[in-house]
Design a protein around this ligand. Structure first.
Ligand code: ZN
Length: 138
């Protein structure tokens, strides 16, 4: 069995963002040489997510609004976590949007449904953060 590991680094200039990382993961798969197997992609931070959905700007706006209704950033004093930090909402947004995604690898390609794309969800940006890509197979 072959095994491949790579970290993708991000330094998002805003507090929150959704980034399509599908091309980065496809590049990893190409580098791995793996044709059949599984690809795990996970955020390595507790205030960021990796998830799979549609690359559609209206949907990303809807996510932003929905997450802000569920866990508003302001007022930061409403959260017990915010003693020396102000990112309690980011922990909760990450919990809802998930830590990782797994994609089947078939015939050297990510075996997606029709509209599936992989996203990095940043909820407490403005610093360097990373995503782990691990691919195993033959
Ligand atoms: Zn925190």
């Amino acid at each position: 069995m072959k095994s491949y590991r790579k970290e993708l680094w991000f330094d998002i200039p805003t507090r929150r963002a959704f980034i399509n990382i599908t091309p980065d993961v496809e590049q990893c798969l190409k580098e791995s040489g793996i044709r059949e197997g599984l690809c795990l992609i996970n955020a390595m931070h507790i205030t960021a997510s990796v998830f799979i959905n549609d690359d559609e700007s209206g949907l990303h706006h809807d996510y932003e609004k929905w997450l802000e209704e569920l866990a508003p950033h302001e007022p930061v004093s409403q959260y017990r976590h915010n003693t020396y930090e102000d990112n309690a909402d980011a922990h909760m947004k990450r919990q809802i949007m998930g830590r990782e995604s797994v994609v089947a690898v078939t015939d050297g390609k990510l075996d997606f449904g029709t509209w599936e794309q992989i996203f990095y969800g940043e909820f407490d940006g403005r610093r360097k953060k990373r995503v782990l890509v691990k691919i195993i197979g033959e």
